[in-house]
Design a protein around this ligand. Structure first.
Ligand code: S3P
Length: 167
């Protein structure tokens, strides 16, 4: 089974994804890391050099053209489901779970780790919360197309596996 974890920046896709993969003895792939290794540079540098449009094309290509293992947890970047036909493609090719969190909870997690995220690196405090609230509202149209919507607060691998009927 290919499991795609989607959700806003800071929702913990990579952290819980690694734990779930470990729990299920699946492989784990971080789409952002895969993009960075194929591009030969960080996502921040890629945004700076080529802009967001080019990044979205690369992201779509790598998502839809990579050969993923049969049993794998794939943590996607927060914007991946919201561009082109990525959401439809993920729903067709695997099981998609949206890790949901409130803007406040996301902001407090992101305050500590936003330097490598080009869309929010210059925001803090209320500005960050406002940005997250409005972006999340736009993006939930896509995120909510996931087969499963799971609250990401206090989530464990065991519980996530149970919610997704993976055992
Ligand atoms: C983005 C999220 C990032 C990364 C890029 C753009 C977004 O991934 O793909 O900075 O548009 O939300 P994470 O969700 O893993 O931070």
């Amino acid at each position: 089974m290919k499991v795609f974890l989607i959700g806003f920046m800071g929702s913990g896709k990579t952290t819980i994804g690694k734990k779930l993969a470990n729990y299920l003895k699946y492989e784990f792939i971080d789409l952002d890391k895969l993009i960075e290794s194929k591009a030969g540079m960080s996502i921040v540098s890629y945004f700076e050099l080529y802009g967001e449009g080019a990044f979205r094309e690369l992201e779509r290509d790598i998502l839809q053209k990579s050969e993923f293992p049969e049993n794998v947890i794939i943590a996607t970047g927060g914007g991946a489901p919201c561009f082109g036909d990525n959401m439809e493609w993920m729903n067709k090719n695997g099981l998609v779970a949206y890790l949901s969190l409130s803007p406040k909870a996301l902001a407090s997690r992101l305050e500590h780790s936003k330097t490598d995220r080009p869309l929010i690196r210059h925001l803090k405090g209320d500005e960050l919360i406002d940005y997250i609230s409005s972006k999340l509202q736009e993006r939930e149209v896509y995120y909510n197309q996931a087969k499963y919507v799971v609250s990401a607060s206090d989530l464990t691998a065991e519980r996530l596996s149970f919610y997704l009927n993976l055992g």
